[in-house]
Unconditional design. Structure first.
Length: 338
């Protein structure tokens, strides 16, 4: 049985606890203080249309006009017919992808900065119905928490039992599934209350997790992605990444986000994320997120700021990104590198 504590928080919080050496990086020390929870808007996203891809196949990025405005003169001299306004197509997170071209090279443009608990050793990040869910790691300090993305405020927190090192998470309907690093245990929670309701067992390590339509996609720190059943956690298959012409590392796949039929994978100990077609393993793009670390180092004099890890869909074609022990969340737009 899991020994967990549920805390309701009205102010930003942290797991607390002692400094234990994390297996994925040097032992960080932290000051336990949250950065200012105010939101600084530094720019508005540019209006653009992009293409999406799924399972290695690109969707058409063009917008098709399916009707013409009605003639202002109504039939028989009656009142004019007014066409119903068409909904604007949703903005893509990604720039246009050339399915036959080389691996795309992208970067991040900062749209917004929000305070983030600097004690949070972020291992998983996801937004569902306006609520951000975050999984944090470190032995004896791991947690599952809900966060107000507008302010960075931690609104609820569940502490994991000391034997569990929290890893990636994803929302599946009214449930949350959270991985653990070496416990071989995926913990299932009621999403509304963050109460644990079940557990799944798996072999090997757990690193990242996301939901792609009706399949879970999982990473284990290698260069492989596995597919699992969301209800039973049964292993359904694996794929190994391939990136012809790319000389960066393809292993150490960490936190994941499934979006528009593709998987965004953090690469541990780097400032890069890979965009992968999940059924073929083909890398279609590489995202250089160094502007985020540069921004942190220009603002904060902290030796314990750790690596990039955490990506989640925001809105208006943007993503949230953060890292382990980062005092900021960033809302970013993906753009072609110049």
């Amino acid at each position: 049985m899991l020994a967990l504590t549920v805390l309701a928080l009205a102010v930003p919080g942290a797991c607390g606890g002692g400094d234990l050496a994390p297996p994925e990086s040097a032992d960080p020390s932290d000051d336990g203080l949250l950065a200012d929870a105010s939101v600084e808007v530094v720019g508005e996203p540019a209006d653009s249309a992009g293409a999406t891809a799924g399972d290695g196949l690109l969707a058409d990025a063009s917008v098709e006009v399916v009707g013409e405005p009605a003639d202002s003169a109504g039939a028989g001299g009656g009142p004019s017919a007014v066409a119903a306004p068409e909904e604007s197509p949703a903005r893509s997170v990604f720039p246009v992808i050339d399915s036959d071209g080389p691996i795309a090279r992208w970067t991040v443009e900062i749209v917004e900065r929000v305070a983030h608990d600097p004690d949070a050793f972020t291992q998983g990040l996801e937004v569902a119905d306006g609520t951000m869910y975050e999984s944090t790691g470190l032995q004896g300090r791991s947690s599952l928490r809900s966060v107000d993305a507008a302010t960075g405020e931690v609104t609820a927190l569940v502490e994991l039992a000391d034997e569990h090192f929290g890893e990636g998470l994803t929302v599946v309907g009214d449930q949350i599934i959270q991985l653990t690093w070496q416990s071989g245990t995926a913990i299932v929670y009621d999403r509304a209350t963050l109460t644990p309701t079940a557990e799944h067992r798996y072999d090997g390590e757990g690193w990242g997790l996301c939901l792609l339509d009706d399949l879970l996609v999982m990473s284990d720190g290698s260069d492989r992605l596995s597919r699992r059943d969301p209800a039973t956690f049964e292993l359904l298959g694996t794929v190994t990444l391939a990136a012809p012409g790319y000389d960066g590392r393809l292993d150490y796949l960490n936190e994941l986000e499934c979006v528009e039929g593709l998987v965004i994978a953090n690469v541990w100990q780097t400032d890069r994320l890979l965009v992968v077609a999940p059924l073929t393993g083909r890398v279609v793009a590489v995202i250089d997120a160094r502007p985020l670390m540069n921004d942190l180092l220009e603002t904060f004099d902290r030796a314990d700021i750790n690596v990039l890890n955490g990506v989640a869909v925001a809105d208006e074609g943007t993503l949230w990104m953060t890292g382990k022990l980062w005092p900021r969340l960033y809302r970013v737009r993906i753009a072609e590198a110049r």
